[in-house]
Design a binder for this molecule. Structure first.
Ligand code: AGP
Length: 609
């Protein structure tokens, strides 16, 4: 996700105000920044790779008179972070410029069509296509707003657009699936991805809904639907502080990012699914599917836990032997790889030193490396043979949440794709598996609505203990590990994840009334075994918290607290099950008064060994 802002004002100083607004949006992305200002001589555009502060430094001595401007701070999704790929983008003649947040899923076909009409592109981005589309549509005559309407009706995917042209002090906007909010000022108006960008200047806002577009001038704001029909919008007053506004009203970035997971999963899987046939469309891999004899996953921490789930996906859905190794261990072993080994390096940041080291070792042994990463242009993506990006947006909180669930979603899609390509999954089964993940975000949203209060109470309860155990089997064993990691890394309560079947081999000696056990007891072929493990704990007076799906009164009977998880396809339970465990950790840490987003001793990206 990126941060975009537009200001139309006769109060001057627009360059500095756009820069200030962009700084308030840097939590949405910070790999490049840019600004466009309308002047009497035309559009002045400055943009560069790097943070907003670097752009600010470059513009320090720029004195400019302008009454309409747009700005952008980028989180790259298409095209690596560099100056040409930075926003704003323009049409061929530099008379139209725009900033965009979102993913235009049909940009390649639109770009080819525009190229055939003679348009020349300066970037690899999907966003630039929209500026050239507008240039083309304006040749058809009519107003700028009518041309914008024709353009947005052709776009597929998500977009929040703010457009500026060289002829008028006006901003044109449009929104589909990416946030956009208008700020109503006195003799000036604002538009941005999020309220913090202009909250210093007004707290009167109008939220732009999907399928709406509009025009902002010094003295007016007109909103229409994409068919050009006028919309009456009711202004709202925002009473948040600036700090609250940057977190979208949530107390911490972690809580905000937990609640962004449904959208992050949609943004990650959406562009890789052909909706008519519910089939997977996957980017190029370093090895063609039928040449892959085995898979080796390398990662650290939460990403390693994603890899453990990936093992089940690749072996059970695609029939490909898969190993998972801690990157920090792999790099000092004498592993055996072959040219038909697909190495998958999973990393949210793309900067983890151990994972980079392991990737380099794997390549030196002949492995072909596919990176699964959330940061475009990061070190790991530049050293891998190919990259699959998650589209979780910037993950600010040190504790990884939405990166994890988007990694799982991407590994699931990749396994379905490989399964189909090697003939293990029939088309009908592929469509069923794809339909399952498409319906997952709405199940997640429902669970968050219905279970959040109960989960909060459990989190507060568990904060009273010094130790906790997380147990799961099969696909949910890695989720037990990840749930334990979340609790220990932000609440500092010692927590251990274990395969439930392993309890009788030693750990059950720990059980008494002072040790809560979180059981992942959602629907699965091993649920009976999980229930037996619960009975073993209960008979030793252990306190049991269960994640449960479907109707299992016998399991409810064994539980001191139950969190209901909506029914999903068996392979999707790991993705939905981790979310209550993230929230348990969050509420425990918050109740204990810890710095949830910046836990002690930890860094967001471990760039040292
Ligand atoms: C998870 O909550 C931690 N922040 C940590 O384990 C993290 O997953 C690990 O350092 C790997 O980071 P990466 O995904 O950026 O490579």
């Amino acid at each position: 996700m990126c941060g975009i802002i537009g200001i139309v004002s006769d109060k001057g100083n627009l360059k500095d105000r756009v820069i200030e607004g962009l700084k308030r949006l840097e939590y949405r992305g910070y790999d490049s920044a840019g600004i466009a200002l309308r002047t009497e001589e035309g559009l002045l555009i400055r943009k560069k790779k790097g943070k907003v502060s670097q752009l600010e430094e470059e513009l320090r001595n720029l004195r400019i008179s302008s009454r309409a401007a747009v700005g952008h701070t980028r989180w790259a999704t298409h095209g690596e972070p560099n100056d040409p790929n930075s926003h704003p983008h323009t049409d061929c003649r530099g008379e139209i410029t725009l900033v965009h947040n979102g993913i235009i899923e049909n940009y390649l076909e639109l770009k080819e069509d525009l190229r055939r009409k003679g348009h020349r592109f300066r970037s690899q981005t999907d966003s630039e296509v929209v500026a050239h589309l507008l240039e083309e549509e304006l040749k058809e005559g009519g107003s700028f707003m009518e041309a914008l309407g024709r353009v947005v009706r052709r776009l597929e995917g998500s977009f929040a657009l703010v457009v500026l042209n060289s002829r008028e002090d006006a901003l044109y906007i449009a929104r589909q699936d990416s946030p956009l909010v208008v700020g109503l000022g006195d003799g000036e108006n604002f538009v941005a991805s999020d309220i913090p960008a202009f909250l210093s200047w007004t707290n009167r806002v109008v939220f732009i809904e999907n399928g709406e577009m509009g025009k902002l001038t010094l003295s007016s704001v007109e909103i229409y639907d994409f068919q050009g029909r006028k919309r009456d919008k009711k202004p709202q007053i925002i009473n948040w502080s600036l700090a609250q506004a940057e977190k979208g009203g949530y107390k911490h970035f972690m809580l905000k990012e937990i609640h962004e997971q449904a959208k992050a999963i949609s943004d990650t899987v959406g562009p890789r699914i052909e909706r008519d046939s519910n089939s997977v469309v996957m980017e190029d891999l370093p090895l063609s599917p039928r040449k892959i004899k085995d898979i080796l996953i390398l990662a650290c921490g939460t990403s390693y836990h994603a890899g453990l789930v990936g093992k089940f996906y690749f072996e059970e859905l695609a029939g490909i032997k898969t190993d998972v190794d801690y990157a920090s261990e792999f790099r000092y072993r004498k592993p055996v790889l072959s040219p038909s080994t697909l190495v998958i390096a999973i990393s949210q940041s793309g900067e983890t030193a151990d994972t980079i080291g392991a990737l380099r070792k794997a390549r030196s042994l002949g492995g072909k490396v596919l990176a699964v990463c959330n940061v475009v242009g990061s070190s790991i993506t530049r050293e891998a043979d190919a990259v699959l990006y998650t589209h979780a947006g910037p993950e600010i909180s040190v504790a990884s949440t939405k990166a994890f669930t988007t990694q799982l979603s991407l590994l699931y899609l990749l396994a379905v794709y490989l399964g189909r390509e090697v003939g293990k999954i029939e088309r009908k089964e592929e469509a069923r598996l794809v339909s399952g993940i498409l319906s997952l975000p709405s199940r997640i949203e429902r669970m968050l609505r219905e279970e959040k209060e109960r989960i909060r109470e459990i989190g507060v309860d568990i904060s009273a203990y010094t130790d906790a155990l997380y147990l799961g089997r099969h696909l949910n064993y890695p989720i037990a590990l990840e749930g334990a990691l979340k609790l220990k890394e932000i609440s500092y309560i010692h927590a251990e994840g274990y395969p439930a079947g392993e309890m009788k081999h030693g750990p059950i000696a720990l059980i008494d009334e002072n040790l809560p056990t979180v059981f992942i007891a959602t629907e699965s072929k091993v649920l009976d075994k999980v229930r037996s493990n619960m009975e073993e704990i209960k008979s030793r007076r252990g306190k049991i918290i269960s994640l449960l799906s479907g109707e299992h009164p016998e399991i409810e009977e064994l539980s001191d607290a139950v969190i209901k998880v909506p029914e999903v396809d068996e392979y999707l339970f790991p993705i939905i099950n981790i979310i209550p465990l993230q929230l348990i950790a969050y509420y425990a840490a918050d109740f204990l008064g810890h710095d949830v987003d910046q836990p002690r001793n930890l860094a967001k990206s471990v760039t040292v060994e």
